[in-house]
Design a protein. Structure first.
Length: 172
């Protein structure tokens, strides 16, 4: 993927959670012997929201408070979210290791405290990762967020760090 290609906005329904959502509730430790994304997705958010795997749709969004993804450094957590069909996680802030793991596996994330605080479950949001914009279509509001540099967006848009490098090597 070219670093200059502009990705389409992400549009989806919000699933809302609070502060300090840790990796143990994103994917409980009892499922860490699984490595298949679909198997992980079936248990995503299970201990926090038992109905999540049944109600989440492709392209939906997780919206959360501060310190999303705190806890252990397991890559299973962003992988389970991505495999469940979530297009992006919007939060007030992310735990550092989750932030990096999400980018590495190609899960779009966006820090936008105002949008995260305002959004409610079921709100329809539109995200422009390149411009750093979050539009709450339900409420008719717009909030700015710091956009990712083009090379980091390219990693997420490629599907993760491995795919990003495969694409780059294929172009050489």
């Amino acid at each position: 993927m070219s670093e200059t290609r502009k990705a389409a906005p992400i549009r989806g329904k919000a699933h809302k959670y609070g502060d300090n959502v840790d990796t143990d509730v994103i994917i409980p430790a009892r499922y860490l012997n699984e490595s298949e994304p679909a198997a992980l997705a079936a248990h995503c958010m299970e201990d926090l929201d038992p109905a999540f795997a049944r109600k989440v749709g492709k392209g939906d969004l997780i919206v959360a408070g501060r310190n999303f993804g705190c806890g252990s450094s397991r890559e299973h957590a962003p992988l389970a979210i991505k495999a469940s069909g979530v297009a992006c996680v919007v939060a007030e802030s992310f735990a550092r290791i989750f932030y990096r793991n999400a980018i590495n596996i190609g899960l779009a994330i966006l820090e936008c405290p105002e949008a995260a605080r305002e959004a409610q479950a079921g709100d329809e949001l539109e995200l422009d990762l390149a411009a750093g914009k979050v539009r709450n279509l339900t409420k008719g509001s717009e909030h700015g967020a710091k956009p990712f540099p083009p090379f980091m967006r390219s990693i997420m848009e490629a599907g993760g760090l491995i795919e990003y490098h495969r694409e780059r090597l294929a172009r050489k």
